[in-house]
Write a new protein. Structure first.
Ligand SMILES: [Zn+2]
Length: 319
């Protein structure tokens, strides 16, 4: 069996994964498929791909679905949930084998994604599902040649981003052709207590660090959102070198023609410029700032910084 080259973005929500996904997919040798864990839901509801056509009628996904009929029965997501993710992280560290059911799910994921590589001629597919348990099971399946990018954003930025609600109506005003389908989209912007967000941020990032450092090693790379957004060209040049891709910078707008599944609504708009979203520095309240230290978040953040800096000097890329 030939392993399918897969770039997997792992991290907590609101960490900039859509931005990174679009920046990666701006490379002509890379195809982004979005949050692929949502694929089964998308197929069931025949929701629109970012090309605008329903998945079943999309020029990329239509033929692939016809070639992989199991995709209609098997949920490719593996399921989510904090406990499940942490137990899978532990299994990954221990190098445990998959159950028969997990193997079957991994096989359908592989059948679909290897056809994306075949249809597009890409060197890599990007799955920005973010889910740690999924990353662990895909890795353990041995069906993918994985490059796992752990994207970390300052927890205070995540908390602030969660506190802002962007109404669905605003999106529908911009894209009225999606009005009917947007009705069925889950309300993703549920408000969570600040402490909940901090605890989850710590649990996930610590678990990802542990698997990355002990098991994934050279297949693993920690990228800070703040650095990616502040120095996009340099950060992307380093990532491309790690991936073995030719070092060049393509305009991010190119990615808008992609066939992405699920995720952030930013996918439906072109990326015109990259800048750091650090509004939390001005607008985050005193409560969440105090909790940040009380919960001990700076400790995990410091560990992340140590691993992020553990890199050779960036190559000069002639730009
Ligand atoms: Zn499409």
């Amino acid at each position: 069996m030939e392993r399918t080259p897969l770039i997997y973005i792992v991290g907590t929500g609101r960490s900039g994964s859509t931005l990174l996904d679009l920046m990666l997919a701006a490379d002509p040798h890379v195809t982004g498929v979005g949050e692929f864990s949502n694929f089964t839901d998308w197929v069931k509801q025949d929701d629109p791909c970012t090309c605008g056509r329903p998945v079943g009628a999309c020029e990329l996904w239509g033929p692939i679905l016809a070639a992989v009929p199991e995709a209609a029965e098997v949920d490719v997501s593996f399921g989510v949930g904090l406990r499940r993710q942490l137990s899978r992280a532990l299994r990954c560290i221990l190098g445990a084998s998959l159950t028969a059911e997990e193997q079957a799910t991994a096989r359908v994921n592989h059948e679909l994604l290897r056809r994306v590589v075949g249809a597009t001629g890409s060197a890599y597919v990007v799955d920005s599902s973010k889910d740690l348990g999924r990353a662990c099971l895909l890795y353990l399946s041995g069906r993918f040649d994985m490059h796992i990018i752990h994207l970390v954003r300052d927890a205070r930025g995540v908390v602030f981003s969660r506190s802002k609600t962007k109404p669905r109506e605003q999106f529908v005003r911009e894209r009225p052709d999606f009005a009917e389908r947007a009705e069925r989209w889950p309300e993703r912007k549920r408000l969570r207590p600040t402490g909940y967000t901090y605890r989850r941020w710590m649990a996930f990032n610590a678990a990802i660090l542990a698997v990355g450092v002990t098991r994934w090693r050279r297949h693993y790379r920690l990228v800070r959102y703040e650095r990616l957004a502040a120095e996009p060209e340099r950060a992307m040049a380093e990532i491309r070198e790690w991936l073995g891709l030719a070092v060049h910078v393509a305009p991010a707008e190119a990615a808008i023609d992609a066939h992405n599944i699920g995720g952030n609504r930013m996918r439906f708009k072109p990326v015109t410029e990259v800048r750091v979203d650090d509004e939390w520095r001005r607008s985050l309240g005193k409560g969440p700032r105090a909790l940040y230290a009380l919960y001990g978040v700076p400790l995990v953040a410091a560990l992340c910084n140590v691993v992020a800096r553990r890199r050779p000097a960036p190559p000069t890329h002639g730009a």
